[in-house]
Design a protein around this ligand. Structure first.
Ligand code: TYC
Length: 110
Protein backbone atom coordinates (compact mmCIF):
# COMPACT_ATOMS: atom_id res chain seq x y z
CA UNK A 1 0.00 0.00 0.00
CA UNK A 2 2.70 2.50 1.02
CA UNK A 3 4.45 2.16 -2.35
CA UNK A 4 1.25 3.26 -4.05
CA UNK A 5 0.93 6.45 -2.02
CA UNK A 6 1.98 9.92 -3.11
CA UNK A 7 2.86 8.81 -6.63
CA UNK A 8 1.92 12.28 -7.85
CA UNK A 9 4.17 13.96 -5.28
CA UNK A 10 7.09 11.63 -4.60
CA UNK A 11 9.28 14.26 -2.93
CA UNK A 12 7.39 15.27 0.20
CA UNK A 13 10.25 17.56 1.32
CA UNK A 14 9.18 20.12 -1.29
CA UNK A 15 5.66 20.33 0.09
CA UNK A 16 4.31 23.88 0.14
CA UNK A 17 1.62 23.24 2.72
CA UNK A 18 -1.05 23.56 0.07
CA UNK A 19 -3.13 20.39 -0.16
CA UNK A 20 -2.72 18.52 -3.42
CA UNK A 21 -4.10 15.20 -4.55
CA UNK A 22 -2.02 12.72 -2.58
CA UNK A 23 -3.69 9.40 -3.18
CA UNK A 24 -3.81 8.12 -6.74
CA UNK A 25 -5.98 5.06 -7.37
CA UNK A 26 -3.79 2.25 -8.70
CA UNK A 27 -5.96 -0.80 -8.05
CA UNK A 28 -5.13 -3.66 -10.42
CA UNK A 29 -8.10 -5.13 -12.31
CA UNK A 30 -9.24 -8.67 -11.46
CA UNK A 31 -7.98 -11.19 -14.02
CA UNK A 32 -9.95 -13.99 -15.66
CA UNK A 33 -8.88 -17.33 -17.14
CA UNK A 34 -10.24 -18.43 -20.50
CA UNK A 35 -10.53 -22.23 -20.53
CA UNK A 36 -11.20 -24.66 -23.37
CA UNK A 37 -13.12 -27.83 -22.55
CA UNK A 38 -12.66 -31.24 -24.13
CA UNK A 39 -15.35 -33.05 -26.13
CA UNK A 40 -15.37 -36.17 -28.30
CA UNK A 41 -16.20 -34.53 -31.66
CA UNK A 42 -14.32 -31.28 -32.29
CA UNK A 43 -11.35 -31.98 -34.60
CA UNK A 44 -7.91 -31.30 -33.13
CA UNK A 45 -7.08 -29.08 -36.12
CA UNK A 46 -10.04 -26.83 -35.35
CA UNK A 47 -8.91 -26.38 -31.74
CA UNK A 48 -5.38 -25.55 -32.93
CA UNK A 49 -6.86 -23.03 -35.37
CA UNK A 50 -8.91 -21.38 -32.59
CA UNK A 51 -5.87 -21.07 -30.33
CA UNK A 52 -3.81 -19.46 -33.11
CA UNK A 53 -6.57 -17.12 -34.29
CA UNK A 54 -7.99 -15.85 -30.98
CA UNK A 55 -5.21 -16.44 -28.47
CA UNK A 56 -2.16 -15.57 -30.61
CA UNK A 57 -0.50 -18.96 -30.08
CA UNK A 58 2.03 -20.34 -32.54
CA UNK A 59 1.57 -23.83 -34.04
CA UNK A 60 3.71 -25.60 -31.42
CA UNK A 61 2.07 -23.90 -28.42
CA UNK A 62 -1.42 -24.42 -29.88
CA UNK A 63 -0.77 -28.15 -30.38
CA UNK A 64 0.50 -28.46 -26.79
CA UNK A 65 -2.61 -26.79 -25.35
CA UNK A 66 -4.90 -28.89 -27.58
CA UNK A 67 -3.30 -32.14 -26.37
CA UNK A 68 -3.54 -30.85 -22.81
CA UNK A 69 -7.27 -30.29 -23.19
CA UNK A 70 -7.67 -33.66 -24.94
CA UNK A 71 -5.85 -35.50 -22.13
CA UNK A 72 -6.83 -33.48 -19.03
CA UNK A 73 -10.34 -32.37 -20.00
CA UNK A 74 -9.57 -28.68 -19.73
CA UNK A 75 -6.80 -26.31 -20.80
CA UNK A 76 -5.76 -22.70 -20.27
CA UNK A 77 -5.87 -20.40 -23.31
CA UNK A 78 -4.84 -17.22 -21.48
CA UNK A 79 -5.55 -14.80 -18.63
CA UNK A 80 -7.17 -11.44 -19.39
CA UNK A 81 -9.21 -8.61 -17.96
CA UNK A 82 -12.94 -9.38 -17.79
CA UNK A 83 -14.01 -7.70 -21.04
CA UNK A 84 -11.19 -9.22 -23.09
CA UNK A 85 -11.85 -12.70 -21.63
CA UNK A 86 -15.60 -12.45 -22.38
CA UNK A 87 -15.01 -11.15 -25.91
CA UNK A 88 -12.54 -13.92 -26.79
CA UNK A 89 -14.91 -16.54 -25.36
CA UNK A 90 -17.80 -15.15 -27.42
CA UNK A 91 -15.67 -15.28 -30.60
CA UNK A 92 -14.66 -18.89 -29.93
CA UNK A 93 -18.25 -19.96 -29.23
CA UNK A 94 -19.54 -18.13 -32.34
CA UNK A 95 -17.01 -19.75 -34.66
CA UNK A 96 -17.56 -23.19 -33.09
CA UNK A 97 -21.32 -22.93 -33.54
CA UNK A 98 -21.02 -21.66 -37.11
CA UNK A 99 -18.60 -24.53 -37.85
CA UNK A 100 -21.01 -26.98 -36.18
CA UNK A 101 -18.46 -28.13 -33.60
CA UNK A 102 -19.48 -28.59 -29.96
CA UNK A 103 -16.30 -26.95 -28.63
CA UNK A 104 -16.96 -25.14 -25.35
CA UNK A 105 -15.02 -22.23 -23.91
CA UNK A 106 -15.57 -20.58 -20.54
CA UNK A 107 -14.35 -17.74 -18.34
CA UNK A 108 -13.28 -18.34 -14.76
CA UNK A 109 -12.18 -15.75 -12.22
CA UNK A 110 -8.49 -16.20 -11.43
N1 TYC B 1 -11.08 -34.70 -27.98
C1 TYC B 1 -11.14 -34.18 -29.34
C2 TYC B 1 -10.88 -35.32 -30.33
O1 TYC B 1 -10.44 -36.37 -29.94
C3 TYC B 1 -10.11 -33.09 -29.56
C4 TYC B 1 -10.37 -31.87 -28.73
C5 TYC B 1 -9.28 -31.23 -28.14
C6 TYC B 1 -11.63 -31.35 -28.54
C7 TYC B 1 -9.48 -30.07 -27.39
C8 TYC B 1 -11.85 -30.22 -27.79
O2 TYC B 1 -10.95 -28.43 -26.49
C9 TYC B 1 -10.77 -29.57 -27.22
N2 TYC B 1 -11.13 -35.07 -31.60
Amino acid sequence: MSDKENVDNPDESTESGVATKSHTKTKKPSMYKVLLLNDDYTPMDFVVHVLKRFFNKDQVEAEKITMNVHNQGVGLCGIYTYEVAETKTTHVMDLSRRSQHPLQCKVEKE
